[in-house]
Write a protein that binds this ligand. Structure first.
Ligand SMILES: [Zn+2]
Length: 131
C-alpha cells in the first residue's frame, strides 16, 4: 500500500492527504490545510445528509478534512459502494517525513457510517496502521 501511493507522496509537501482506492485503482484524493484540523461543523447522524452538506463546500474551503474531501470526490466519481473501498490517510511534514494522520473524531464517525472496507493511516513512526 505504501508503494502504491509513493509517487503521489513525492508531489506533496506538508499536507494531510487521503486516498481512496478500489482494489489497486486510485479513485480520489483529498487534502486539507496543514495549519488547521478543525472539528467538522456538521457531524450528522445521517451519512446522506453529511455528503450532501459537504458537497457544496468543495472547491476552495480549507475547513474540510482530507478524508471528507476524498469521500465526496469518490462518491461523485463512481458508484462503487464504500464497503469495497479502501481509505489511506497520510500526513507529510515539512521535512518530508510522515506524521500521525489518525482521523479526527468527526471523520472517525464518518468512516464508520460509510463502512469502508479498510482504513489505514500513518503513525508518528511513519508506518501504516490499520484503523
Ligand atoms: Zn477529520
Amino acid at each position: 500500500m505504501a508503494r502504491a501511493i509513493q509517487p503521489e507522496k513525492q508531489e506533496l509537501r506538508s499536507f494531510h492527504v487521503s486516498f481512496v482506492f478500489h482494489n489497486n485503482r486510485l479513485i480520489s484524493i483529498g487534502q486539507n490545510s496543514p495549519k488547521t484540523h478543525p472539528i467538522n461543523r456538521r457531524n450528522t447522524n445521517s451519512r446522506t445528509a453529511e455528503f450532501v452538506d459537504t458537497g457544496s463546500s468543495i472547491g476552495g474551503t480549507k475547513q474540510t478534512c482530507s478524508e471528507l474531501s476524498a469521500f465526496v470526490k469518490a462518491k461523485a466519481r463512481s458508484n462503487i459502494p464504500f464497503n469495497k473501498l479502501t481509505l489511506v490517510n497520510v500526513r507529510l511534514k515539512v521535512d518530508g517525513t510522515t506524521g500521525d494522520s489518525c482521523p479526527c473524531r468527526s471523520c472517525q464517525s464518518l468512516i464508520s457510517h460509510a463502512g469502508f472496507k479498510k482504513v489505514f493511516y500513518t503513525s508518528k513512526n511513519g508506518e501504516f496502521v490499520r484503523y
